[in-house]
Design a protein around this ligand. Structure first.
Ligand code: DQA
Length: 146
């Protein structure tokens, strides 16, 4: 079972980016958390980050060919991207949307997600551990429905 964890723009700057909002955990730290969780769950993990919307679309298409599910933090594209919405709707995979911060407690422009309507579930506001919760929930769901 392969799970793709996809990360969008500016998440490469975690650790130094607005620490009052996102904390000081780096994306490498989050990757390690996810790798450890995947190992404990006995699944294969692919973890990636890009600042480019089209690259995320390509990664979603690739996941559709080879993965069992997607965990995605699309960063700011969450609030703008019909292309990501359509890409996720086009692959027959469960999608768990993750945000470090509680997007609903922030600026109004963050309250709308183009990902949520095509996601199986949404985890936000728990910081880095939210990725681990998402992996747990996704694998549990995949195993209980297979
Ligand atoms: C984010 C929330 C988004 O609104 C923001 O643009 C990000 C990070 C989060 O993880 O909290 O880049 O997705």
């Amino acid at each position: 079972m392969i799970i793709d964890v996809l990360n969008g723009p500016n998440l490469n700057l975690l650790g130094t980016r607005q620490p009052e909002v996102y904390g000081t955990t780096t994306l490498s730290d989050i990757k390690r958390l996810c790798t450890d969780k995947a190992e404990a769950l006995g699944v294969d993990l692919r973890f990636s980050q890009t600042n480019h919307e089209g690259a995320l679309v390509d990664q979603i298409h690739a996941a559709g060919q080879t993965a069992s599910g997607i965990v995605i933090n699309a960063g700011a594209y969450t609030h703008t991207s019909v292309a990501l919405h359509d890409a996720l709707a086009s692959v027959a995979l469960p999608v768990f949307e993750v945000h470090l911060s509680n997007i609903h407690a922030r600026e109004p422009f963050r309250h709308r997600s183009y990902i949520s309507p095509v996601a199986t579930g949404l985890i936000c506001g728990f910081g880095p551990i939210g990725y681990v919760y998402a992996l747990d929930a996704l694998v549990e769901m995949l195993r209980s429905t297979s």
